[in-house]
Design a protein around this ligand. Structure first.
Ligand code: NDP
Length: 605
């Protein structure tokens, strides 16, 4: 058997690992794929209640005619609003279901929540706001506060309608406006709509038999119930001191929350289906001298440097120098002479890096069986890699037990506990760290349908998959601008792409205003050409969620990708490749591929 060696010189067999990965994947394949999950509606509607606002909020309904309606008050929506203001467009409203700005950082307040992409590149508008994060990986409250800072500095609060959900959106051919209704009775007419509905925002629960029969306390991690647990996002969950707690899931969220649960609960059961890969975090406070020496343009350069490296374009300096950039450092690849050789070297490098991850488990977790169960056997980018310095050590605590379901998942939930392999684990509190919908239908995740020309709905129009130009405009839905990952850019530092898309949307709206264009929508030819670009880019991309990967949201739970899903995929030619396409398009200043209808009024001077 051929052997290879990891960084510390320990031998491993690539063939044996390949077989082990296959066996582990097989264990996790299930016929119900993505339909194994349920959403937070019907009998589960209480899981969706916003615990961060006082109940009983009311306000008078609004009737307004505005230039732009923005849906979503997370980073995408806020950045779109900021870029509109900077372009001189001030007549806009921003509708957000939460009680404040922040999106992900409004909802995810679980103990230990922090960004896992470096805060200096992840937190937007640092130079514009003059803010320097206090740590390399800022904690959730600091990021949420930064969202509020952006809201104040760019006067976004005056445009915001919080605790408000869009219910309907219809294109009116006569007025050439979108008519929008909300659950607060608002009637808004907008010339343009920007949808920045978020990527991972619709929480899901595992459809485990008996889940609705549980009589103890339970909640989803994105609606953390501090009234029950005590403490706050830095832990100290004092009310759990006499409680038996179960947590279902071991993804990126659970990895951050579990150390705090382990420190506070009387007993913690961690129900695991697939272990995450846990690299070192090495968080550190921001050095004062470093912050003082930053030159104008520093954030843009750092963001660019990171996205280059993780798009497979090596740079002379690795400014961020963390676990993410380490994954993409692939010296061996530079030696490859053919695509086949490159693939072989890439796989070998992946085996080596995952061997390091598995060896790290052995150095931290004392109980051998637990350590073995915590080792991930799949390629590194099959699931979101995690980085944490306390997670693994938590399993050395006497009050913490890993309940490994060997890939099968929890069997059943009873009124008093959780059943795995026929054994019931009694719990007082059950926490679902079960993630968010990703590959379900776009309008389902959005929470409302959009009716374009002739009353045709987006749901119908995209039933066989999306057709767009740059993922931003879609024919039949005039003046609708989408900020999403569908046929659009993708990035490990997603905020990089969100900002580019926001600038792109603001540019289109600004051009329409300045040139006196009333309606835009993409031509069928432009949509077809863009689809060909997307297809071509997919053939070149590798890594995230391939078909041989262990099931998860990156590959539709391993149940196969339908043609419609392929049409919902993003651009696979790297973050910077996508950004370059958008920038070149704007540089041409011709709104190429968009059909334009001039207005009756003369253009703004
Ligand atoms: P995930 O979808 O990554 O994790 C869900 C977890 O629930 C998985 O471990 C899954 O197991 C498990 N699960 C689902 N059904 C069952 C079942 N029936 N029995 C047992 N276990 C089950 O959600 P997260 O909220 O952890 O993360 C979602 C994404 O959010 C991340 O990938 C990341 O992109 C982002 N995130 C970012 C953070 C940051 O920037 N700091 C922090 C947290 C999240 P299995 O793996 O087998 O499916």
């Amino acid at each position: 058997m051929r052997m290879d060696f990891d960084k510390s010189g320990v031998a491993f067999s690539p063939e044996a690992l390949k077989e082990k990965y296959r066996v582990e994947r097989e264990k996790r394949l299930r016929a119900d794929g993505s339909t194994q999950y349920v959403d937070l509606s019907g009998v589960y509607a209480d899981f969706d209640r916003d615990p961060y606002v006082e109940p009983g909020f009311t306000r008078p309904a609004l009737t307004e005619d505005i230039d732009v309606l923005i849906v979503g008050g997370g980073f995408g929506g806020m950045l779109a609003a900021v870029r509109l203001r900077q372009a001189g467009v001030h007549s806009f409203r921003l509708v957000e279901k939460g009680g404040d700005f922040g999106g992900t950082w409004y909802w995810n307040r679980y103990p230990g929540a922090a960004c896992d992409v470096e805060s200096y590149i992840y937190m937007p508008l640092l130079e514009e706001t003059g803010y320097i994060p206090t740590e390399k990986y800022a904690k959730a409250p600091e990021i949420f506060t930064h969202c509020q800072r952006i809201g104040r500095q760019f006067r976004l609060y005056e445009a915001a309608l919080f605790q408000t959900r869009v219910e309907g959106m219809d294109w009116d051919e006569d007025t050439r406006r979108w008519n929008i209704t909300t659950d607060r009775g608002d009637k808004l007419a907008a010339r343009f709509v920007i949808i920045a509905g978020g990527v991972l925002h619709k929480a899901k629960l595992p459809g485990i038999p008996g889940i609705e029969t549980f009589k103890g306390h339970s909640f989803h991690t994105s609606r953390w119930d501090y009234a029950y647990t005590g403490g706050n996002s830095s832990g100290h969950l004092s009310k759990l001191a006499d409680k038996r707690v179960g947590i279902i899931g071991t993804g990126a969220t659970a990895v951050q929350a579990i150390p705090h649960l382990g420190a506070s609960a009387r007993q913690l059961y961690v129900f695991q289906r697939t272990p995450s890969s846990i690299g070192a975090r090495n968080n550190q406070p921001t050095p004062e001298t470093w912050a003082k020496e930053l030159q104008p343009g520093w954030q843009r350069d750092r963001v660019h440097n990171f996205s280059s490296i993780v798009s497979g374009q090596p740079q002379n300096i690795d400014m961020v120098g963390d676990g993410w950039t380490y994954i993409f450092q692939d010296e061996a690849l530079r030696r490859a002479r053919t695509p086949e050789e490159a693939e072989e070297l890439r796989q070998l490098a992946d085996y080596r890096k995952m061997e390091e991850i598995r060896a790290r488990v052995n150095t931290i977790v004392k109980d051998q069986a637990t350590a073995e169960a915590l080792k991930p056997y799949y390629n590194q980018l099959c699931k979101r890699p995690c980085f944490h310095d306390e997670y693994l050590d938590t399993f050395n605590r006497p009050n913490v037990q890993l309940v490994d379901t060997e890939g099968k998942g929890v069997e059943r939930i009873t009124p008093t506990g959780v059943v795995v392999n026929g054994k019931e684990y009694p719990v007082d509190c059950l926490i679902f760290a079960s993630g968010f919908e990703v590959s379900t239908e776009y309008t389902r995740r959005l929470g409302f349908d959009i009716h374009g020309r002739g009353g045709r709905s987006l749901r119908e129009s995209w039933a066989d998959g999306a057709s767009t130009l740059h993922g931003m405009t879609t024919r039949g839905f005039p003046n609708l601008l989408l900020i999403s990952t569908t046929q659009s850019g993708w990035a490990i530092n997603l905020v990089h792409v969100l900002d580019e898309l926001s600038q792109h949307a603001a540019y289109i709206i600004d051009r329409c205003v300045k040139k006196g264009i009333e309606v835009i929508e993409p031509t069928p030819q432009a949509q077809e050409q863009w689809w060909q670009v997307i297809l071509g880019s997919m053939r070149r991309s590798g890594g995230f969620g391939g078909p041989d990967c262990t099931p998860g949201y990156y590959n539709n739970e391993g149940s196969g990708i339908t043609p419609a899903m392929i049409r919902m995929a993003g651009f696979g030619g790297g973050t910077l490749g996508f950004i370059e396409i958008l920038r070149n398009w704007r540089k041409n200043d011709a709104l190429e591929g968009l059909e334009v209808t001039p207005g009756e009024k003369p253009p703004a001077s």
